[in-house]
Each structure stands twice: as structure tokens, then as C-alpha cells.
Design a protein around this ligand. Structure first.
Ligand SMILES: *Cc1c(COP(=O)(O)O)cnc(C)c1O
Length: 398
């Protein structure tokens, strides 16, 4: 193993007394991001004002950072661009993909997909006049549901609830054999597992950066378009910064060459600056090492929890190769149990109706945290410590 995990851990600010098992939902603060943000605010925004767009290179930031994300997902330089939120990027990828298969009308997804992806697909189908159908099947039925009716498969590699992982290359091959395009949502993959959109043959890939890539709350999303399609894919959100010459201020839209056309409007410079600094950790970390360590940690967690807490039922696949970087357990009182854990410094999260979710992020989490979390969870379950009214009132964000 080439990665020095003590060194990567030292790059993060981790609050005292907290075992953070929720980096799959919001990564912690990289120390370099705080410093970089301060510099961007005072030296660039503060001193350069509007000249920062040129002098500080703000306008090129979405593609510069895109190239660094590209390395993590097996994409060539110039094929990834940053901006907007993941929901918007799903809309863009799907609209472009549908336009590339004009004789087909069915979008295929699965019931394990993140609701926003499904809502976006449903909304787009409606916007296109009702001629389109969003078809959702159980995750294990996806392969069989890829028929010649399907225009596009819209799948998330790792299920946000259970951590179940799709076989991305196999499903992509199948989509292509049926004449469909494949969009992959890498929200729970980028920075968590080795991904190769080139070898895997994805047509479009999208993902967020505030989870395993630690860009902070509201950090921008990314979109990848396979180079073979990048000059033909029509952007549905045709904003001025995806124009071939934004500062010509033409009255007619002409898409920029390549993936740049997927830019929409003014990029979020502060968030991009934080993200760029957050990506420095990947100069020291090998994703294969991260994956191997994440499996080690999750296996230890499952073994520990199953030994200590017989009433918690594993909701994730038992085979680590079939899981992403999170482990989920079911319990009817899952919400209250998670609140009791958080009150004791173990932060995971809850997903309705009954899922306790724990993320394993080796860049800053080790075996000591896993053991600590198992012990505290064991105490909470043994003593029914979750059974208090203040743990049962649902907050706005669970
Ligand atoms: C986290 C996540 C989202 C969130 O989308 P935002 O637009 O960034 O809020 C969407 N899809 C998937 C699969 C996710 O895991």
C-alpha cells in the first residue's frame, strides 16, 4: 500500500470527540480548503474585484478542476466540467442523451435510485410533452429490463440507501447492445472507489463533490460526456457560458466545442476554490488503496455490530465487492437510534423508512473509530438508550 493514511488524515479538520461516519453525505473540512477560501476571498475577490475573472483564472476554474476530477473517474482531460448541482447535471445529461436517441421514448432507472434523479427524469418527461416514459424496476431487474425500447439508462452506481453497487461495465455493455445510451450517477462512487468511465464505456457521467470529494456544503457537481458525443450532444440548458463565444454576446446560441457546452451560467468560484484545494489529498492517495482500506473498515464494522447488536439487520450486500463505501443496518427505531448515537459523538445518518447509514472514508477514518463506533452503538442498543422522546422528533434533515 502506497498511501500514508496518517498523512491524509492530518489534512482534515476533525472536531474533537467526534467519530465521523457520514463523509458519504458531507465530507469534513480539508485544512487546505479553509486556507484557500480565505485567500480567494481576501486576495482575489477583495483585491482584484472583477479583474479576478482573468487575473485569478476564475473563468477557467470549471474545466481546470474538471480535469482533476477526470483523473479520479478514468476520463481523459477536457471531458469533465464543473458547475451547478447534481440534480441539474442529471437533467442536462438526460436531456442530451434523449435527443441523441430521437426514435426511442423510454428512460430506464431503478427503484433504488436517489429520488432527485427520478424526479428530474419525471419532470423532463413531462416537459417533453408526455410522449416519454420513466420506467423504474427493482435494481436487480435492471439488466433484464434493458430492451430495444430503452433510449437511456439512468443509473446510480452505488445505492444511497443500502450501498448496493451495480455492475457498471456489464450494464453499460448491455445498454449499448440494445442501442441505448448509458448515464451513470457517480455521487457515491467518485472518491470512494476506482471508477473508469472510459473502459466502462459510459456515455455520460455525473456526480457531486461534497460527499467523498470534500468540497463542502453546496459544492458544485461534475458532468462527463464521452469524447465521441461531446461535439454532438445538444445542451438543453443553453446558458451563455456554454456558448462558443460568450463575450461575443450573439443573439443566437452556438454550443461551445466539447464538454464546455455543459456549462450554464456564472461558476461558483468560492466553492470551486474550496474543491480545488480539497482535491490535493488525491496527490497523496491512491484510490485502489482507499478502496481496499474502506473494505477492511466496513468488514470490521459489520462483524462488530453483528456480534454486539443482534437486533440490527444488515441492509447492505454482504459481499464487499457488491457494496460501495457505506454500510447500512435496518431497525424500526432507526431514527431514534441514530439520534442517540449522534448525541454520543458518533455521526452517521438515517434514511427513511428504517435505515441507519454509516460511511467509511479511509482518508480520515481508521480502525480505532470503527471500534469506538461499535462500542457506543452496542451500549445504545444494550441499554435501550435511544428510547427517549427527544430522540424521536424528526429534524428537517435526517
Ligand atoms: C447526493 C445525491 C444527489 C443530490 O443532488 P443535489 O442536486 O446535489 O442536491 C443526487 N443524486 C444522487 C444519486 C445523490 O447521491
Amino acid at each position: 500500500m502506497r498511501t500514508d493514511f496518517a498523512a491524509t488524515r492530518a489534512m482534515f479538520h476533525l472536531p474533537e470527540g467526534v467519530i465521523y461516519l457520514d463523509g458519504n453525505s458531507l465530507g469534513p473540512l480539508p485544512k487546505a480548503a479553509a486556507a484557500r477560501l480565505a485567500r480567494t476571498v481576501t486576495e482575489e475577490w477583495g483585491e482584484m474585484l472583477i479583474t479576478g475573472w482573468n487575473r485569478a483564472g476564475w473563468m477557467a476554474l470549471p474545466s481546470r478542476v474538471g480535469d482533476r476530477i477526470a483523473r479520479l473517474i478514468g476520463a481523459p482531460p477536457g471531458s469533465v466540467v464543473m458547475g451547478d448541482t447534481l440534480s441539474i447535471k442529471v437533467h442536462q445529461a438526460l436531456a442530451s442523451a434523449l435527443a441523441l436517441r430521437p426514435d426511442r421514448r423510454v428512460i430506464l432507472s431503478d427503484t433504488g435510485n436517489f429520488p432527485s434523479d427520478l424526479y428530474i427524469a419525471e419532470g423532463l418527461a413531462r416537459m417533453l410533452g408526455g410522449a416519454y416514459e420513466l420506467r423504474t424496476v427493482p435494481p436487480e431487474k435492471v439488466a433484464d429490463a434493458i430492451t430495444e425500447e430503452i433510449a437511456v439508462t439512468l443509473l446510480t452506481e452505488v445505492d444511497y440507501r443500502t450501498g448496493r453497487r451495480h455492475d457498471m461495465p456489464a450494464l453499460t455493455r448491455r445498454a449499448h447492445q440494445a442501442g441505448a445510451l448509458a448515464i451513470w450517477d457517480l455521487a457515491h462512487s467518485a472518491g470512494a472507489l476506482p471508477v473508469d468511465v472510459t473502459k466502462g464505456g459510459a456515455d455520460f457521467a455525473v456526480g457531486c463533490t461534497y460527499k467523498y470529494l470534500n468540497s463542502g456544503p453546496g459544492g458544485p457537481a461534475f458532468i462527463y460526456v464521452a469524447p465521441a458525443l461531446a461535439d454532438t450532444a445538444r445542451p438543453a440548458l443553453s446558458g451563455w457560458l456554454g456558448h462558443e463565444a460568450p463575450f461575443a454576446f450573439d443573439l443566437d446560441y452556438r454550443p461551445a466545442p466539447g464538454v464546455e457546452r455543459m456549462r450554464v451560467g456564472t461558476p461558483p468560484i468560492l466553492q470551486l476554490a474550496a474543491l480545488e484545494a480539497a482535491l490535493d489529498v488525491w496527490d497523496m492517495a491512491d484510490i485502489a488503496d482507499v478502496r481496499a482500506r474502506a473494505i477492511e473498515l466496513s468488514e470490521a464494522f459489520i462483524a462488530g455490530v453483528e456480534a454486539r447488536c443482534p437486533t440490527l439487520a444488515l441492509a447492505s450486500p454482504r459481499d464487499p465487492e457488491r457494496r460501495g463505501s457505506q454500510v447500512s443496518f435496518r431497525h424500526p427505531e432507526g431514527y431514534a437510534i441514530m439520534q442517540a448515537l449522534i448525541a454520543r459523538g458518533v455521526i452517521g445518518d438515517f434514511r427513511a423508512p428504517d435505515i441507519l447509514r454509516f460511511g467509511f472514508t479511509p482518508l480520515y477514518i481508521g480502525l480505532a473509530e470503527v471500534e469506538g463506533a461499535v462500542k457506543i452503538l452496542g451500549d445504545v442498543m444494550d441499554g435501550t438508550l435511544w428510547d427517549r422522546p427527544e430522540y424521536k422528533t424528526r429534524a428537517r434533515v435526517t
